[in-house]
Design a protein around this ligand. Structure first.
Ligand code: 6GU
Length: 224
């Protein structure tokens, strides 16, 4: 899979993409992440990518020309399955969204900033608009990093234990059950006896019960 990220702050991605699972996925050649600095596509002398909004009002708007020239350059090289705009008014990112996106060959992720992009960018180029939650971030970059992380870990071969993505919270609309490791007792808190006995059939049933209980208590909306 290839992911092209268009941003005014490419540095924000260097941390999250250069460690742990995301780093290994790139090293194994399972995913290519390409960062594009929008400023490189600006043709004016100050390399501006934003401007005042028509009609007045506080806050700058990202101009269409640099975005168009970046997206058009990318589209000349390959076909994209989805051109995604990260925006608080997009559809909420859910596990199912990431599952579907992880099956794609090429995607573009455009990070919004300031007051957002000129509406015509959305009309002309964008095929999908995504938000990661009902709160406002300073820009789309951190949201894009969250989304890209959730996609990449689903690509076959990225996780060392192939089954572990399937047992994640949300994958079956249930939260994950509690987990324990040594020691068997800490400050009077004991590991549930059933996990120590090693009857795998019973353990599986217990985990299912715990997942259901946890979901009912914390996220009953997932069960609807
Ligand atoms: Cl995608 N962008 C911004 N700026 N804020 C957000 C968001 C995205 N998702 C939730 N809040």
């Amino acid at each position: 899979m290839r992911i092209d990220v268009i941003t005014v702050l490419p540095k924000l991605f260097e941390g999250p993409f250069s460690d742990s699972i995301l780093k290994r996925a790139q090293e194994k050649g399972l995913v290519e992440i390409h960062l594009h600095n929008l400023r490189d596509y600006s043709t004016d002398k100050h390399k501006n990518v934003d401007d005042y909004q028509y009609g007045g009002g506080a806050g700058m708007v990202m101009r269409i020309e640099p975005i168009a020239s970046c997206i058009e350059a990318l589209k000349k090289e390959r076909t994209y399955d989805e051109i995604i705009y990260m925006t608080p008014d997009g559809e909420l990112l859910e596990q199912g969204t990431s599952n579907r996106l992880s099956t794609f060959q090429n995607i573009i992720v455009l990070c919004g900033h300031y007051k957002g992009v000129d509406e015509r960018v959305r009309e002309i180029f964008i095929t999908k608009e995504i938000s990661i939650g009902s709160y406002v971030l300073s820009g789309g970059e951190l949201a894009a990093a969250v989304m890209v992380d959730s996609i990449i870990r689903l690509i076959p071969g990225v996780l060392s234990d192939e089954t572990s993505a399937l047992t994640d919270s949300f994958q079956d609309h249930l939260l994950a059950p509690p987990v324990y490791t040594r020691p068997p007792e800490f400050q009077g808190h004991r590991v549930p006896e059933i996990l120590l006995k090693g009857n795998f059939k019973e353990i599986e049933v217990w985990r299912e019960e715990q997942a259901l209980k946890r979901t009912q208590e914390r996220r009953p909306d997932l069960l609807d």
